[in-house]
Design a protein around this ligand. Sequence first.
Ligand code: PHE
Length: 364
Amino acid sequence: MTPPAASVEASLYAGNLLVNGKIDSYNPHLMTLEELRVEIEGLERELQERMARIDDDASLDALRVDFLGRKGRISGLFKHLGSLDASERSEAGQLLNTLKERAGQEIARVAQKASAEQLASQLDAERVDMSLPGVYSTFGHLHPMTLVQREIESIFMRMGFSVAAGPEIETEYYNFDALNIPVEHPARADWDTFYIDETSLLRPHTSPVQIRVMETTEPPVRIICPGRCYRRDTQDATHSPVFHQIELLWVEEGLSLANLKYVLEVFTHEFFGEGYEMLFSGDYFPFTEPSVQVHIKAPGATDWLEIMGAGMVDPAVLEGVGYDAEIYTGFAFGLGIERMAMLKYGIDDIRVFLTNDLRFLRQF
Ligand code: PHE
């Protein structure tokens, strides 16, 4: 093949190498306009074919480099412009530019489509189903024992009582001696006490808190003390070795059993509702004199229900803490919180408070 008559300059312009004063034979042929046209059409066809077969990023990249790269097929054709006449050169330049532009657009379009598809499939994979129910946690609520205890506390606090507390591990002194139950007293044996050692025990009632408060307070004293108590009771529907009491103590000048009855009537009305009747029957506690058992009867009911032990504080107890029993009188009671809750809500087994059955707990 005869090299076309082309100037050395034009050939250099087209990117050919000059080796020893001659145009490099590696690229000996510079195309005519006609040949360029055929070449461009061929490239266009090839572009279409290869575009149709693009199936991943890598093959699209290879196509881009092959056609549009700095050393690619299209820029290779620009070399030939230099050998054309000026009149042909602008037409050939236009054809090449059009090819280059079209190839750029086609490749960009496919790349865009691919990334849109990729985005769509990513969105699809990471889809969040907004119609699913949410994942929510329950917060729970206070135990019925706590609720009832707080309700009782709030009733007495509104009547002017404050809340006191004492230890669950108590000494014999506060639990017995100071409450007028000396060592030889038979009542000491009645309490079914859990002893920790020779002199300390799990308190079987909240009455020792009366002593602790009076020891450190001058009268008048007006307190309630809620707390856990322990007795060696065999567990059944109405007994539990662990239970809760609320103690009440009011010491002031001039108090009588009538004041106790009034306080209890207000409480019963607030806690249980209207129309309850109340009855005191005689009882015995070493630390109260007289001692009573308090019973209530629901409106329309026939049975009396025993709700607490109570009485006027024994003068010996008042003297024991240094109060002048000639001036001060007082009354006290101790009620079982479980029993109150059972009566109020019709619960027939005390064990449900400790077994944590959610079907029970959720009702409160
Ligand atoms: N502490 C007595 C009991 O647990 C109840 C009580 C308290 C009685 C205060 C009288 C006065 O049985």
